[in-house]
Design a protein around this ligand. Structure first.
Ligand SMILES: C[S@@+](CC[C@H](N)C(=O)[O-])C[C@H]1O[C@@H](n2cnc3c(N)ncnc32)[C@H](O)[C@@H]1O
Ligand code: SF4
Ligand code: SF4
Length: 374
């Protein structure tokens, strides 16, 4: 720990935000060593098989018409990249989660063919993962608008029968996501045996609607399933969806006061020690065309960020986050999960608190001190 305090702390400066980009103060390798105690114990492979989708959510920046990645050949072409990552991470993580995402994976028009391909693909990934000693599970993220629920259940059961733990994640949102009558029926039909969690995205609009607290269906979801309220990942042209620091703070406080079981805030409220929430130190993101990154999206470039942007390593952003906020000498270092570095470093995010929003949140939950704008 004493080694951590030798790192210089650079104060926040608005002028710096106008510079082309910021170089972090120390090398990426040093950053990784310093954050070793905060490294997540689990790893993640996020497999965006394709972007094609049957609906349009306001905050989702996929190309819904794209057919790249939809063929069996394209899916299986990703295996060598996955194998390389599983080999590199052998022995370094407790278990590996494979996140299967689209686009929408469970579109009725192709369901039988896709589910056959998914089964074979996951069995192959399982074989490779076992070869390198990984324990792992697979989660399937869906909009839950499908008619073919029996075929999807069969997919889950086939994998489970092969010792591949397999779960569904349902996306729910207060704003910007179309959800028809079939949606609720599907959730009820699969229930907690198959649904690992209900995931929401924290855009400005959804946070506002959430805090109005008028959604009785959400209240039922909250009592029935684990809920994960994720950070919005920004995109160029959609700055208005990216919450300001003070909105993030209000959101976390509202969760603590009203829905304290919502992850990942729950850990911050309940535990004195937490790992960082961002998995990027242990993460591989694979895009439909087989290219990779450390974190979404493939179209980001230097214009989007304050810190020097590196597609294959988020550590530069992490280091600058630590520098600016003074994390390494912060009283909440052990407790903190930090933030989504990609959102935090987004050039046009509104920085309106003059202090670390997370620190203000910890002051509230541990000392009852409420932050007020001056
Ligand atoms: C891209 S979707 C694909 C899976 C499926 N179509 C669905 O909606 O669940 C995967 C997850 O990312 C979330 N998501 C979409 N756009 C996002 C964004 N800009 N930032 C953070 N999460 C986002 C969705 O709500 C969903 O839970
Ligand atoms: S259902 Fe999923 S992939 Fe489709 S638009 Fe919504 S978030 Fe994006
Ligand atoms: S509360 Fe803020 S300053 Fe403290 S460790 Fe967390 S992010 Fe860093």
């Amino acid at each position: 720990m004493s080694q951590l305090l030798e790192i210089p702390i650079v104060p926040i400066s608005q002028a710096k935000l106008d510079a082309p980009f910021e170089e972090p103060s120390v090398s990426k390798d040093v950053t990784k060593q310093l954050l070793e105690t905060k490294r997540p114990v689990n790893g993640e492979i996020e497999l965006t098989l394709f972007e094609n989708c049957n609906i349009e959510c306001d905050f989702c920046h996929h190309d819904k018409q794209s057919v790249v990645g939809l063929t069996r050949k394209e899916m299986f072409a990703k295996l060598p990249t996955i194998e390389k990552f599983l080999k590199e991470r052998a022995g370094t993580v407790e278990y590996m989660q494979v996140n299967m995402v689209g686009g929408e994976l469970f579109q009725d028009r192709w369901l039988d063919r896709l589910c056959d391909d998914y089964t074979d693909l996951l069995k192959e990934i399982a074989r490779i993962a076992r070869q390198y000693g990984h324990r792992f599970q697979v989660v399937w993220v869906s909009n839950f608008l499908f008619a073919g629920k029996e075929r999807i259940k069969q997919l889950m059961d086939d994998l489970r029968a092969d010792d591949i733990p397999s779960y569904l994640i349902v996306s729910y949102d207060f704003e910007g996501r179309p959800m028809s009558g079939r949606y609720r029926k599907n959730i009820k039909w699969f229930g907690p045996e198959y649904i690992l969690s209900i995931n929401l995205v924290g855009t400005t609009d959804s946070i506002k609607a959430f805090m109005e607290d008028k959604d009785d269906y959400f209240k039922w979801l909250y009592e029935t399933f684990p809920i994960y309220f994720d950070d919005y990942i920004p995109d160029r042209g959609f700055d208005h969806l990216c919450p300001s620091d003070s909105q993030m703070y209000d959101w976390w406080v509202f969760v603590a006061d009203n829905y304290p079981k919502i992850a990942p805030m729950r850990d911050l409220i309940e535990n004195d020690r937490n790992q960082m929430h961002c998995l990027s130190l242990n993460k591989l993101t694979v895009f439909p065309d087989g290219s990779t990154a450390n974190c979404r999206w493939d179209r980001y470039d230097q214009r989007d960020f304050v810190t020097k942007y590196e597609r294959h390593d988020n550590a530069g952003m992490m280091q600058r986050f630590m520098d600016e906020n003074g994390c390494l000498s912060c009283e909440y270092f052990n407790r903190c999960g930090f933030r989504c570095y990609t959102q935090w470093d987004w050039k046009n995010r509104e920085r309106d608190m003059g202090m670390c929003a997370m620190k203000a949140f910890f002051n509230y939950i541990t000392k009852g001190e409420k932050w007020e704008s001056s």
